[in-house]
Design a protein around this ligand. Sequence first.
Ligand SMILES: [Mn+2]
Length: 285
Amino acid sequence: MPKTFFDVIDAKQNARAVIVPIPFEKSVSYGGGTAKGPAAIRAASAQVEFYDEVLRSEPYRVGLTAEPLGDPRRVSALSAKQMIARFAKVVGKHLDAGRFPIALGGEHTVTLAPFSAAIERFPDLHVLHLDAHADLRDRYEGDPYSHACVARRLAERAPVVQVGIRSYDREQAEALPALPVRMLHAHEIRAGVDLAAFAAKHLGDPVYLTIDLDVFDPSIMPSTGTPEPGGLLWHEVDALLAWLFAKRNVVAMDLVELAPIRGLHAPDFLAARLLYRCLGRRLAQ
Ligand SMILES: [Mn+2]
């Protein structure tokens, strides 16, 4: 068995966190490949040191388990509604067992599965959404379940705080004032607006966290379907996560939109490292 933190850190009986791969890819708008994201993160996770130098601990020791990787073709053959229903049930089962679920996409639409499970159990849920894109379209090419509409679907059910945004159209800009959405642009962060202070002011509790990996700058995260220049860097995102997990009750999260590029390992490793850091920060609570 390969030495991966998906495999090695398997404590099914008393696991406090669970990784739920959802290799679903349906509504590609530019580059594809997100169905291969979970497998690439698992492969990269074999290289992650179990000792976290920031947290000064070995997060895996508190117990981590994972659902099977799943077959990308079979999962992607589901309709979005079927995918949401199936994986909401899987995530709900783990929430009821007291575990912290992290779903791995797949395209951003997969967020609606763990989010649905979470808000059924935490009706007062708030969303923190890290992304380059606002994803606030009501429909995209006629599809309300397109990855380009995910934040709009979330905002129908919970207040949303968006961070790192640097791409949306006029229709979304005009819809924004009427939506329960607070947006912090990437250029405002670069101009010195403090991420944690913004979140502290606008983000309620408990929290669902969704991270579209294209929130990172393409220089460190080129492996996404729709990269945008001017993104966030590793320590900026980690500082926000440090604040978040210390100050809010994060009940579930996802990491989506990794579209691995063959032979380019650094972005896959970034995703694996981010996953491990989130687990460590959550389980240290
Ligand atoms: Mn995005």
